[in-house]
Design a protein around this ligand. Structure first.
Ligand SMILES: [Zn+2]
Ligand SMILES: [Zn+2]
Ligand SMILES: [Zn+2]
Length: 116
């Protein structure tokens, strides 16, 4: 059995990383998640740490602490690394108090993330 580890998303320059506290050597490891155009979520799952141990990397919401294994009640999804959809809504409402979720008449176009 491989150990599950919460990985923290860090972007430095044009490169993305998942940072973990290594359970084997107690040090912090920076595992590359590709350059910034890649979806870092694809780099989660089974990874080899710098000390040669296999672990399973998991994202965790930095606000509410939910994970794939323990999502928010009712379920949620990742809108950003370390930020789930529920908390993203809350943050958006806090930042733009006038902003409310509206019934948007625009048809869903599917795919195509918003850059920036
Ligand atoms: Zn290690
Ligand atoms: Zn959350
Ligand atoms: Zn959540």
């Amino acid at each position: 059995m491989n150990q599950k580890i919460i990985a923290k998303y860090v972007r430095k320059g044009g490169t993305q990383y998942w940072v973990i506290e290594c359970p084997h050597c107690g040090r912090r490891h920076w595992l590359k998640a590709g350059d910034y155009t890649k979806d870092p979520m694809e780099s989660l799952g089974l990874r080899e740490t710098l000390c040669g141990e296999l672990v399973i990397l998991e994202s965790q919401c930095r606000v509410c602490g939910c994970t794939d294994a323990l999502p928010c009640p009712g379920g949620c999804h990742w809108v950003k690394p370390n930020l789930c959809g529920r908390c993203a809504d809350i943050i958006l409402n806090r930042r733009y108090p006038g902003h409310k979720k509206q019934q948007n008449p625009l048809p869903a176009t599917g795919g195509g993330g918003v850059a920036g």
